[in-house]
Structure formats: structure tokens, C-alpha cells
Design a protein around this ligand. Structure first.
Ligand SMILES: Cc1cc2nc3c(=O)[nH]c(=O)nc-3n(C[C@H](O)[C@H](O)[C@H](O)COP(=O)(O)OP(=O)(O)OC[C@H]3O[C@@H](n4cnc5c(N)ncnc54)[C@H](O)[C@@H]3O)c2cc1C
Length: 291
């Protein structure tokens, strides 16, 4: 398949990009790594008049730690995120998640901004943004604004990004001491999108869980935080009975679709198995002793 005809502009500043995006005389869309947009053009699922290539904007490629926050530029490629010592030190759950994104050739081109804005329900980085309480900085439109990850993902392939807006960076607040993490995913073969994925962060103090976060992907129209199960974990130790109750709660709170890849029941089963694994990993990583 061939894409429809389009104009192409490569910009070198955020201001140049947002000026073109704001011009309503022609439909312009951003191209970052092109790993999702180009297939959509080739399948004629999108037909923009202009592609605004942001890969030359150096300001969007930084990854810095300052004042207990790590800020990742939207043009940071998956491969650089996965090999970043700052990410490995503070968010090893992301380092692991990146290894599950597609194949190396795609990770060499794809970007965190593109993954978040494309918002595939089974993608790893949107789930990471939810798990890690990310804030997304956007330029253009009616001025700069910040969107919490929980408000950003609205439906499959739909986000809160408005016409004329550009995602500039993603900020992640550092995690407290005594934090453990877990990440598990099942896909039909290496590099495929997840049939189901679960990630968790637990903070353990004096043997008890003081903070619990669980995020799932591949089982709803957007990645989701499992608030009910998180509340069940806070203030508790982790033992077999409690773990089973938490997994059953999550299984009852999701309603995955059946598609060509897997049935709803199989996805629900996977979520239960994977949740038990990630919670055990996170609890042990935070210094908890599983009873
Ligand atoms: C075969 C294959 C397998 C894949 N498997 C996986 C997988 O397992 N897991 C996974 O997570 N992903 C997977 N992907 C997708 C891949 O990770 C993409 O790189 C990613 O989804 C999009 O990033 P990109 O930089 O290529 O974005 P692009 O394709 O350039 O853009 C995607 C969308 O986001 C918009 N956009 C991009 N950047 C911005 C910005 N800064 N501000 C506003 N809008 C923006 C574009 O306009 C477009 O609508 C796969 C892709 C392929 C082709």
C-alpha cells in the first residue's frame, strides 16, 4: 500500500511546529518516529495534507533529572529510553517495559511522544505513564498546559491532545525509598503488542504496604489503573490469601474484548496470573517478606 500525497516540512523549533499546526488552512499532523503514523497512511486510515517532522527539534530530545523529577523530551526514542542510566536508576520498570516494545528496528525510530499520542491500548509506555503518575507538557493551541496521565488517555487511539497542540515532554516524579516494582506481559510472539500486560509499584515500610499502584494494558480501550485493588493493598502485608483476593478483584474490574488474537476469558485469566507475579516481585523488591 502507498500513502496518499502529502506535503512535508521538517522543523527545528517547537514554535515553528506549533505555528504550522495552528494554521487551519491545511490539515497538518506531527510525524515523530513514523512507526505508527506511516502504517496508518499506507492503509489510508489517515490522509493529512502536511506532515510536520519534529525529529530535528533538539529541545525535544533531552532526558534530565532535576528537583526530584525526571523530564523526558517527546522525541526521545525508545532505544535511548531503554538504555538511559537515569531511567535504569529511578524507573527500572520502564527499562524492562521498553524491551517489550516491538523490535529493535522499530525501537530505533519510535519515540515516547509518538507512543503516548498514538495511544494504542496495548502499548507499554502509556501504561508506564499511568503507573508513574506522569504529567504531560503540551505546547501550542491555547498556550502551554500540563495534563495528568490519568486524564490524557481517553479511548483507543484518542487522547486529550487538541488540534494545534504538540506534546513537548513527559515528567515523572521520583519514587520514595523502599519501592519495589514488577512488570509482566504476554504476547503471541516476541515484538507483538501485548495480549495483556500488568505493572506495579509497591512501597513497603515496616513490613506493610504504604503505597500501591497497579496498571494494566491490552484489556480495555485505554491502559487503566486498578484503584480498587490498590486500596485493598494499602496498609496490609502480602500473603497468599490476600494476593488471591486482589487478583480476583482486578479480574472482576476488567472487561476485555474478544478479538482475533485472544478471547476475553483468556485475557482475564492472563491478568490474574500476571498480577500475582508482579505483586510478588514488587513486594520482594521493596523489602517485604511474603507470608
Ligand atoms: C510492527 C510494529 C509493532 C509494534 N509493536 C509495538 C509494541 O509492542 N508496543 C508498543 O508500544 N508499540 C509498538 N509499535 C508502535 C511503536 O512503538 C511506535 O514507535 C509508536 O507507537 C509511535 O511512535 P512514533 O514516534 O513512531 O510516532 P509516529 O508514528 O510518528 O506518530 C504516531 C502518532 O502520534 C502523533 N505524534 C507523534 N509525536 C507527537 C508529539 N510530540 N505531539 C503530538 N502528536 C504526536 C502523530 O501525529 C501520530 O498521530 C509497533 C509498531 C509496529 C510498526
Amino acid at each position: 500500500m502507498k500513502p496518499p500525497i502529502f506535503d512535508y516540512v521538517k522543523v527545528s523549533t517547537v514554535e515553528e511546529a506549533t505555528a504550522i499546526l495552528a494554521d487551519s488552512s491545511k490539515e497538518a499532523v506531527v510525524i515523530a518516529g513514523g512507526q505508527s503514523l506511516l502504517p496508518m497512511l499506507n492503509f489510508r486510515l489517515a490522509a493529512p495534507e502536511i506532515l510536520v517532522d519534529i525529529s530535528g527539534i533538539e529541545a525535544l530530545k533531552s532526558l534530565i533529572e532535576r528537583d526530584n523529577v525526571v523530564t523526558i523530551g517527546a522525541m526521545t526514542r525508545h532505544v535511548d529510553l531503554g538504555s538511559s542510566p537515569i531511567i535504569a536508576r529511578h524507573f527500572p520498570v520502564i527499562t524492562k517495559a521498553v524491551t517489550h516494545i516491538a523490535h529493535l528496528a522499530i525501537r530505533n525510530r519510535g519515540t515516547i511522544g509518538g507512543s503516548l499520542c498514538h495511544a494504542d491500548p496495548a502499548a507499554e509506555l502509556p501504561m508506564m505513564a499511568l503507573l508513574l503518575n506522569a504529567e504531560l507538557m503540551v505546547a501550542g493551541g491555547k498556550g502551554p498546559r500540563t495534563i495528568a496521565a490519568k486524564d490524557f488517555f481517553q479511548s483507543a487511539l484518542e487522547t486529550d491532545i487538541q488540534e494545534g497542540e504538540l506534546l513537548v515532554s513527559v515528567s515523572l516524579p521520583l519514587l520514595p525509598p523502599n519501592t519495589g516494582w514488577g512488570f509482566e506481559e504476554v504476547s503471541r510472539k516476541s515484538g507483538d503488542f501485548a495480549l495483556a500486560a500488568v505493572s506495579a509499584i509497591l512501597v513497603v515500610n515496616d513490613g506493610e504496604i504504604s503505597e500501591a499502584r497497579i496498571a494494566v494494558a491490552g484489556v480495555d480501550e485505554t491502559p487503566r489503573r486498578m484503584n480498587g485493588a490498590e486500596a485493598m493493598l494499602r496498609g496490609k502485608m502480602l500473603d497468599d490469601d490476600h494476593l488471591t483476593a486482589v487478583c480476583e478483584t482486578i479480574q472482576s474490574e476488567i472487561n476485555p474484548e474478544t478479538d482475533l488474537q485472544a478471547s476475553s476469558n483468556y485475557r482475564r485469566h492472563l491478568i490474574g496470573v500476571l498480577t500475582a507475579r508482579v505483586l510478588k516481585d514488587a513486594f520482594a523488591g521493596a523489602g517485604g517478606i511474603f507470608e
